[in-house]
Write a protein that binds this ligand. Structure first.
Ligand SMILES: [Zn+2]
Length: 131
């Protein structure tokens, strides 16, 4: 686990990832070291573990910790770079702020969840464009 990030209880949902130092706009906040899964391995995961997966390039990917605890926000402070597998700060992030991203850009299979991010432009329900 990187020292620049910590996992603790979140007001948005369950656990969240928090900045343990300041991040400048445009810098890499979190790298995604995703573990590839076969279809069978994916199907054998518990329902709660399936929330920590994505489907890209015809493969299932499991998010390790702390990446799996990044919460969605409709007004996120990071933007995913899907090619290089990291989240970039889209504004300056101060130490202690929760790191958030837009799940709709991450191709989470069967994404359909209520949002509790409390931002002004909250969509209330988060769904993939594809479902
Ligand atoms: Zn929201």
């Amino acid at each position: 686990m990187e020292k620049s990030l910590i996992v603790k209880k979140s007001k948005i949902h369950g656990k969240g990832v928090f900045a343990n130092r300041n991040f400048k706009k445009g810098s890499i906040v979190i790298k995604y070291n995703l573990k590839p899964l076969t279809k069978k391995e994916f199907e054998n995961l518990s329902e709660s573990e399936k929330h920590f997966t994505s489907f890209e390039n015809n493969k299932y990917w499991l998010f390790p910790s702390p990446e799996r605890f990044v919460n969605h926000s409709c007004n996120p402070n990071t933007n995913p770079d899907l090619v290089n597998k990291y989240d970039i700060a889209i504004r300056d992030i101060k130490k202690g702020e929760e790191i958030t991203t837009d799940y709709r850009k991450d191709n989470v299979p069967g994404l359909d969840m209520k949002c509790n991010c409390r931002s002004k432009n909250c969509k209330l329900v988060i769904k993939n464009k594809t479902n």
